[in-house]
Write a protein that binds this ligand. Structure first.
Ligand code: FES
Length: 78
């Protein structure tokens, strides 16, 4: 899916990071981003690229464990 040029995000000067919204799945975070809980406490991150759950069903919150795909039909028929 093409995003119109005027809607693309631009570098902000706050480090190098990218968050990718996956269809029906997690937010994939690549780069230098600190992840914290609701109280502001850092959440351990052991990989340069992590997937954040946005379906609320993962057993390893805030990270995705793949549960979003269980029992759901594939998106786009694939
Ligand atoms: S997005 Fe993957 S388990 Fe929630």
């Amino acid at each position: 899916m093409d995003i119109p040029t005027e809607r693309r995000s631009t570098p902000t000067g706050h480090g190098s990071a990218r968050i990718t919204v996956t269809p029906g799945g997690p937010l994939v975070v690549r780069g230098d981003v600190e992840i914290v809980d609701a109280a502001g406490n850092p959440i351990p991150r052991h990989r340069a690229t992590v997937a954040l759950c946005r379906c609320g069903r993962s057993s390893i919150q805030p990270y995705c464990d793949g549960t979003h795909a269980v029992g759901r039909p594939p998106i786009h028929g694939d």
